[in-house]
Design a protein around this ligand. Structure first.
Ligand SMILES: Cc1cc2nc3c(=O)[nH]c(=O)nc-3n(C[C@H](O)[C@H](O)[C@H](O)COP(=O)(O)OP(=O)(O)OC[C@H]3O[C@@H](n4cnc5c(N)ncnc54)[C@H](O)[C@@H]3O)c2cc1C
Length: 348
């Protein structure tokens, strides 16, 4: 007889919460354990941007991801009676003639049409910010309201799963129970702190620190998010989030003067308006060396699994990847080899 699934998830960041939700919806009893110190999902801006601006390419897997994203967040919104996924107007202020050239070429291509508005006269002459090379508007961009997401989803988990606020103790894992909680699988969703996990610490998760500023500024548009060298995300009432730094191989969680100066320097590419800084925040993204998430089963401990490495795009990737991981866990659907943990074991 097939063993009844009882799953323990370690980590209630974005990855763990979304997985717990999707498993619960498939009638799997879930225990989710989190120590209450989140350094990524709660710091994130929640932006969902379908383009990579540097070379005007599509974000990895974007067509598949976008198809699943809206139904997923809509379902969460209905479940929690809240607004989580907010359509966002993103205006890219080009960095060079070359970048503008890429856009002009790609806006004509069918595969880019869902993500690019065609440049019009107003975009060329846009004057609410510095605009030396013209600008363009992104289609199908969103922002997840991160604070509401956590408030509502943590409450949802408290009602629909066994949600424990505690440090996970790896030494207490027994063959079929953890501190008396019976399990069929344990799934680790610890973000960059996977480096402390004795079973998965060898994986090439290469943390990338990120810092943002919350500021007050008068005269910057509040109906769209401007982007060049940094993003300016409107928060309402003339407050904005400016982000984000990418500090490679860095796991410290303190805010720094260097990052603040870098963000203010980058902001100057968009506007000379002086911001009043309200707060500065720092977090650490769980980035993988090959820039792909990691999911799958430990090489020898067959009840232990990992779902991690969402990098800088967790809010966009997690709905689809969470579904694919559930299909793999519960229905033995094959994992995308690009994501499968096996890619690291095969190299050993
Ligand atoms: C500054 C910044 C800006 C960002 N902006 C965006 C953005 O705009 N859009 C976007 O999509 N993504 C963004 N990201 C990236 C996004 O935050 C990540 O992709 C995603 O949140 C990672 O989620 P996670 O659940 O894997 O990890 P985490 O959020 O780090 O969650 C891991 C959880 O595991 C828990 N944990 C770890 N070890 C243990 C243990 N031993 N016992 C118990 N609990 C444990 C921690 O308490 C934590 O809550 C940003 C990140 C940063 C830092």
């Amino acid at each position: 007889m097939k063993e009844k699934e009882r799953i323990i998830i370690v980590g209630a960041g974005l990855a763990g919460i979304c997985l717990a939700y999707q498993l619960s919806k498939r009638h799997v009893p879930v225990t989710i354990i989190d120590k209450g110190k989140n350094w990524s999902s709660k710091i994130a801006a929640g932006l969902i941007t379908p383009l990579v601006f540097r070379r005007m390419t599509k974000s990895w897997m974007v067509d598949d991801v976008m198809e699943y994203l809206i139904p997923f967040y809509t379902q969460l919104e209905e479940e929690t009676s809240s607004k989580l996924l907010i359509p966002l107007n993103i205006r890219r202020l080009f960095s060079s003639e070359q970048e503008r050239g890429y856009w002009l070429k790609k806006q004509e291509q069918n595969e880019f049409k869902p993500y690019m508005h065609s440049i019009n006269k107003d975009d060329e002459t846009y004057n609410l910010a510095k605009n030396p090379y013209g600008s363009a508007r992104v289609k199908s961009a969103y922002c997840v309201d991160v604070a509401t997401f956590f408030k509502k989803m943590e409450a949802w988990l408290k009602s629909n799963a066994n949600f424990l606020r505690q440090d996970f103790d790896y030494t207490k894992i027994e063959a079929d129970n953890y501190k008396g909680i019976t399990y069929s699988k344990i799934i680790f969703c610890e973000g960059f702190e996977v480096r402390n996990n004795p079973f998965f610490k060898e994986l090439p998760v290469d943390p990338t620190k990120g810092q943002t500023l919350k500021v007050e500024m008068e005269g910057i548009p509040e109906h769209e998010s401007l982007n060049r060298k940094c993003f300016i995300l409107p928060l309402g009432k003339q407050q904005f989030r400016i982000g984000a730094t990418y500090e490679w191989h860095n796991i410290s969680t303190n805010t720094t003067d260097e990052a603040r100066e870098e963000l203010l320097r980058n902001l100057k590419y968009i506007t000379d308006i002086e911001p009043k800084i309200i707060t500065q925040e720092a977090g650490v993204r769980p980035t993988v060396k090959d820039r792909r998430p990691i999911m799958g089963q430990h090489k020898s401990e067959k009840k232990l699994y990992i779902f991690n490495g969402l990098g800088a795009k967790g809010y966009m990737l997690v709905p689809l990847l969470g579904k694919q991981f559930c299909d793999y866990l519960l229905n033995h659907a094959p994992l995308n080899p690009e994501l499968n943990i096996q890619r690291f074991y095969l190299k050993q």
